[in-house]
Write a protein that binds this ligand. Structure first.
Ligand code: T46
Length: 140
């Protein structure tokens, strides 16, 4: 997958005098997969980094439901950095994209909607191994 398929999407948000409500449903326009897992990252210490891996099949949507953080994306050819800082914005990360999450603000909470159950075999945790697989898929 290329970085073009990793993009931010505006999330539907209902605002009224009581506050705001964002809603997401699996297999609809915003989330183009069944949501099989939800997890969130928080209490990341100052200077802390999460991620540092890619997935063979997993697709995910990341949302900064509180605070902010940067997501560095790398498809083995190019890199780009995306800042998430609004609960009304989601970042789609497709398969075969290396990600690193950094610059977490003290109150940051990263909510993740995932297309698959947790499976350690789906991870590339070694960048060289990931890069070799990108090259192998290019040739094959
Ligand atoms: C990603 C970023 C944004 C589980 O048992 N179940 C789970 O669903 C997850 C996500 C993790 N784990 C275990 C595996 C490790 O022993 O929790 C431990 C920490 O996981 P990891 O080092 O992969 O956490 P992050 O924050 O570096 O990465 C996670 C996701 O793994 C990854 O897919 O994109 O959040």
């Amino acid at each position: 997958m290329s970085l073009e398929s990793c993009r931010t999407v505006k999330l539907p948000c209902l605002k009224d005098p009581r506050g705001s409500l964002v809603f997401l449903e699996g297999n609809r326009d915003i989330v183009p997969f069944d949501i099989k897992r939800v997890y969130y990252l928080f209490n990341v210490p100052t200077g802390g980094v999460r991620g540092g891996h890619a997935h063979r099949n997993l697709k995910q949507i990341l949302i900064a439901v509180s605070g902010s953080f940067d997501v560095v994306l790398d498809d083995g050819r190019e890199r780009k950095s995306v800042t998430l800082s609004h609960g009304t914005e989601g970042l789609m990360i497709t398969s075969m994209v290396w990600r690193e999450l950094e610059n977490f603000s003290p109150s940051a909470v990263c909510l993740v909607l995932a297309s698959e159950h947790y499976d350690e075999a789906d991870y590339f945790r070694d960048y060289r191994e990931f890069k070799n697989e990108v090259l192998r898929r290019q040739v094959g």
